[in-house]
Design a protein around this ligand. Structure first.
Ligand code: HGY
Ligand code: MN
Ligand code: MN
Length: 410
């Protein structure tokens, strides 16, 4: 069975108008006005499809298509929020392809044994509130709702997840995770160069890397840039430069399976003629190997503490995320691989470098992912792009894998 490709592509374009940046970019930060607008459109389309729409207490949106039997739902979806200056496919493709899947079944009068559930998870990106994959993290029972509702915006401690959910009207009533799921599929762009470089149509995702996020604040002393000789300085700018170089070198040591990124940094008071009083920066570590990830964290923390002590400075660290690598159960990638073969699509088994809701959902039901190629491997960038045929291929694999799992009955 095939989806309606043109309808899928026109919905991708329709959602991309919400938070549009430049020609093809999108910026829809979690719990912002743009996120609300996209959620409102999704809700309308879910209702138009005859789905039972549920909003849970963390704003996760779940649309249920009844099955013939009272069984746990076969679920699929992703996230509508984006990073700053992001793209139109990251997350949105999984949700919009879910709508197309259901529209196709409605058009062809197909029923399934299991109910189907399409899900939009709250704050997958984690660029305004930690942690990332927030909605699926709570849905799968790995974090307490109350702890997450008080998570503060990085740039405005007066804004919490709870207050912003209320502000956009998505503080639902349903307890997160109360809809039982049989399995979860996430269609997503690869966000890397592998599939395009090897001319592969579909990535069969077997596992997702572990993620560590930490924010360090190095504390020193503001002083005059012109009157303070070096031996009198408590120079957080100089110390943090040494630390950030170590973190980058750590990942570039031969054979090191840990990727390190310092993606955000803030100087205070950030002024040309004042030695910075404090510097705060974030460190993102990724690895498919749990031991390597933990070892990297220890080596970086040890270096930071040593550098700070030697310069008579102080350091505070805030653990934002500690997610272990996740391996999907064999039967799920096997199903995706067989479905791709049945559609005569070339596929390749691979890990995911990026974090995803599926890595959280795997804690509550058998999950997996379907990747489609990213042009030039670009993502988290307004130039993010995937070819139409690749997008359509991915949606067809999603449709047929879900049908197989949900047992098509007519
Ligand atoms: O950080 C990640 O890997 C994902 O994009 N949230
Ligand atoms: Mn994503
Ligand atoms: Mn992303």
């Amino acid at each position: 069975m095939n989806i309606n490709g043109q309808r899928l592509l026109s919905n991708v374009a329709r959602f991309a108008e919400i938070g549009k940046v430049g020609e093809i970019g999108v910026e829809r930060i979690a719990l912002s006005e743009e996120d609300k607008e996209a959620r409102d459109l999704l809700k309308t389309l879910m209702l138009d499809l005859g789905l039972e729409v549920h909003i849970d207490q963390l704003g996760n949106m779940i649309g249920i298509r009844k099955g013939r039997k009272d069984l746990p739902a076969v679920a699929f979806g992703s996230h509508l929020d984006t990073v700053y200056a992001g793209g139109r496919y990251d997350g949105a493709l999984g949700v919009i392809a879910g709508l197309e899947l259901i529209q196709t079944l409605n058009d062809q009068g197909v029923e399934t044994d299991h109910p189907l559930a399409i899900i939009n998870f709250t704050n997958e990106e984690g660029v305004r509130f930690a942690p990332d994959m927030m909605g699926s993290h709570v849905y799968s029972g790995q974090a307490k709702l109350d702890d997450i509702l008080v998570s503060k915006a990085y740039d405005n401690p007066n804004e919490t997840v709870g207050s912003q959910l209320k502000a956009i009207g998505y503080d639902g009533a349903l307890k997160p995770g109360s809809i039982a799921l049989e399995s979860f599929f996430e269609l997503h762009i690869e966000q890397g160069p592998v599939l395009e470089n090897e001319a592969i149509d579909i990535g069969v995702v077997e596992m997702v890397q572990g993620i560590h996020w930490t924010r360090y604040t190095i504390e020193g002393e503001a002083n005059h840039a012109g009157t303070t000789p070096n031996q009198y300085r408590k120079d957080t700018g100089y110390a943090s430069a040494e630390i950030i170089k170590f973190i980058g070198d750590y990942s570039r040591k031969e054979e090191n399976p840990v990727l390190t990124t310092v993606g955000s940094i803030r100087y205070e008071p950030n002024t040309i003629n004042i030695i910075p009083r404090e510097v705060s920066f974030t460190v993102d570590l990724r690895s498919t190997d749990k031991e390597a990830l933990n070892k990297g964290q220890i080596e970086i923390d040890t270096f930071i503490n040593k550098a700070v002590n030697e310069s008579d400075l102080a350091v505070k660290s805030e653990v934002m995320v500690r997610f272990e690598p996740v391996h999907f159960p064999k039967e799920m990638p096997d199903l995706v691989e067989n479905t791709a073969a049945g559609l005569e699509l070339r596929s390749k088994r691979m890990p995911s470098g990026a974090g995803h809701d599926a890595q959280m959902m795997n804690h509550c039901c058998p999950s997996t992912m379907i990747f489609v190629p990213s042009v030039n491997g670009i993502s988290h960038n307004v130039e993010e792009y995937s070819k139409d045929q690749d997008v359509i291929n991915g949606a067809n694999v999603l449709l047929n894998a879900v049908l197989n799992r949900a047992k098509q009955v007519s």
